[in-house]
Design a protein around this ligand. Sequence first.
Ligand SMILES: [Zn+2]
Ligand SMILES: [Zn+2]
Length: 237
Amino acid sequence: MTIRADLHIHSCLSPCGDLTMSPRAIAAAAVESGLDLLALTDHNTARNVPAFAAACRDRGIAAVFGCEATSSEEVHVLALFEEERNAIEFGDEIYASLPDARHDPVRFGDQVVVDEQETIVDTLQKHMIAASAWSLTELGRLIHERGGLFIPAHIDRGSFSVWSQLGFLPSDAYDAVERVGEGRIDSGDLPVIAASDAHEPARIGCRATEFEGARPGFAALRAALKERRVRTIARSE
Ligand SMILES: [Zn+2]
Ligand SMILES: [Zn+2]
């Protein structure tokens, strides 16, 4: 089957994510957009992954789990895992390394953890957009130690990308790179994915990655990336 995946989505736990981005709203919007596979990638934490996993199960949509980690060079990186616990453990390690500066929800937006019933159970206190203590290369190691996929995010964007922060793509063991635009990019022989980077429900699925596989899930995604069998699509708006 052709699997359509949106692998970069922020929930209400990301300060920039709209409060309407509850895990259940994300899963519902994904079904509406005809997606088969979803990833939750909040900034520097995976604390909404359990609620997200439950919401996807209820909607019958496949999911992988992760976060968008900020390297010490302020490069955004997608970390995607098959197991919820690996995503949560990785996210906790990143969060623990963030500076202690207290988050200002009025200025930057709320950072709320919800349970499966969408009840707010926690509010994260550190500012989630901050840079972690880990370099790009170290993030790659932490992700691969847990069997995850290491994907520099929005490499063609003018901020928080390898190009904006470093000016080049260092030679590391990436599993793919993510693009957000349509222009030419120099990704070497790496597979290229596209994703919505949605912060509000209407954006979910506006960009996506397609590949062939027997069943939507982490194994099919990993195989498609390894064999360079992915293509990017964008919805005309
Ligand atoms: Zn980003
Ligand atoms: Zn993002």
